[in-house]
Design a protein around this ligand. Structure first.
Ligand code: TXA
Ligand code: MG
Length: 327
């Protein structure tokens, strides 16, 4: 508790505080203090026009941040908050452009992690927080990972252990006539749709406002690629494939003479896979592999979210795309 009180004091002074949520760690600043929010962009290397999620403690705070809130918002909030859901609403007039990326909307979320909840209750107002990682890099699911990303540049890191969900929240835009999924996350499209009488539109790839929708995101520094057939990969190994780590869901029955491939057995369950994904990539990224090779996931809807993250983690970084966004 002492830590949380100190974290609240740091936020009030305009400093940055990293804190655990059930999805990933957030890099937080007082959402009412544009100078503090600016520091997030500088530290992350994040393009200025990418909006941040404002985290709040309670549904009754929605009115402090949003206007014209449609009824369906409350139906989703009642079911999924606190939890891994972010709702996009029309912003209240006082909300800084630094928070919204200059848009007329705002993303809001009530996280479930007990430390995040206590921090938000004690702070009493919104905390703007993106995932606590350098722009485009793997999200942090432990306090150590936050430290690896930013070192001492973050004034305060609250350690809440490893995040239970392990990937980011589902984002639903409530401002259109029919709500739309902007980012797949821990809550599936099916679950969202079942609580909306209007239905929900699918998630739109390549919306530039959603940084997680850039082709290359959540990416390790090591070359990372996806393969559709483990057998084909193993039968066609080349000298410069090594050393390599192969992420698979079941170890194949093959003998590989004189070659070092580290097999990393990932869970065969989408939630467990999601929980382990960033943590595993981060651990492997620290070793000196020439490449990380990941077996493609089953083409079924229950794997959609993890497949989305893996596709982005393995996309080649388009330097020009990032440069144009930073301009
Ligand atoms: O689980 C999560 O959502 C984590 C934890 C810390 O809450 N946060 C997170 O933040 O993933 P970040 O900034 O890494 O990703 C948030 C995404 C960004 O892609 C941003 O563009 C989008 O939310 N976003 C925020 N406000 C938005 C808005 N008004 N309209 C559209 N997209 C928005
Ligand atoms: Mg992020």
């Amino acid at each position: 508790m002492n830590d949380i009180i100190q974290a609240v004091a740091a936020l009030s002074r305009g400093q940055l505080v990293a804190f655990p949520t059930e999805t990933v760690y957030g890099l937080g600043a007082d959402a009412n203090n544009p100078n503090a929010v600016q520091k997030i962009f500088k530290l992350k290397g994040r393009p200025r026009h990418h909006p941040l999620i404002v985290h709040i403690a309670d549904v009754c705070q929605l009115h402090e941040w949003a206007v014209d809130i449609p009824d369906a918002t409350y139906s989703l909030a009642k079911t999924f908050w606190p939890g891994p859901l972010t709702l996009i609403l029309k912003k209240a007039s006082h909300v800084s452009d630094w928070v919204t990326g200059g848009q007329e909307t705002i993303g809001l979320r009530i996280p479930q992690h007990p430390i995040a909840r206590t921090l938000l209750e004690k702070f009493g107002t919104g905390i703007a927080a993106p995932s606590a990682n350098r722009f485009g890099h793997i999200s942090a699911t432990t306090a150590d990972a936050v430290l690896e990303e930013f070192g001492k540049a973050v004034n305060f890191i609250l350690d809440g252990g490893q995040c239970s969900v392990g990937i980011e929240s589902t984002i639903v835009d409530m401002t259109a006539a029919m709500p739309g999924i902007l980012r797949l996350g821990a809550i599936s499209k099916h679950e969202i749709a079942s609580h909306l009488s209007s239905g929900v539109t699918g998630w739109q790839i390549n919306s530039p406002r959603v940084s997680g929708s850039l082709a290359s995101h959540y990416a390790p520094d090591t070359l990372t690629k996806m393969i559709s057939s483990v057998t084909d990969f193993l039968n066609n190994l080349k000298e410069d494939d090594f050393p390599c780590a192969l992420l698979i869901r079941k170890k194949p029955n093959v003998i590989l003479p004189n070659k070092t491939i580290d097999f990393v057995i990932m869970p065969d369950d989408p939630q467990q896979y999601a929980h382990d994904l960033y943590h595993t990539l981060r651990m492997l990224d620290k070793k000196q592999y020439r490449q990380l090779v990941i077996e493609a996931l089953p083409d079924t809807s229950m794997w959609d979210t993890v497949r989305d993250r893996l596709t982005r983690a393995t996309a080649l970084r388009d330097v020009m795309q990032v440069k144009s966004l930073l301009a």
